[in-house]
Design a protein. Structure first.
Length: 90
């Protein structure tokens, strides 16, 4: 990113999910930090492994609406054919 001290707010939701290399993800966040003005805010999110991928998943299934989860699966995997490859733990 060619920016330095230019933004008060940046948002990044899920870009890391496509990059398995932790060093590259760390470099991405360093670039975000460089682009932010002092005191700037980075709003980000991450996706952890679901229970069907990892039995030790961090998900609290009692808090998840199963119909919404199924709809998300249909949209992201069946229709859009998204290939999430780099889940990260909190």
């Amino acid at each position: 990113m060619p920016f330095e001290n230019e933004f008060t707010l940046l948002t990044c939701h899920g870009l890391h999910i496509y990059e398995p290399d932790d060093e590259k993800v760390t470099e991405l966040y360093k670039q975000f930090f460089k682009a932010l003005m002092p005191g700037g805010i980075l709003v980000t999110s991450f996706t952890t492994k679901s229970p069907d991928v990892d039995p030790n998943s961090e998900w609290d299934m009692s808090q998840i609406n199963s119909e919404d989860l199924l709809l998300s699966k249909i949209i992201f995997f069946d229709i859009l054919d998204v290939k999430f490859t780099a889940f990260r733990s909190s």
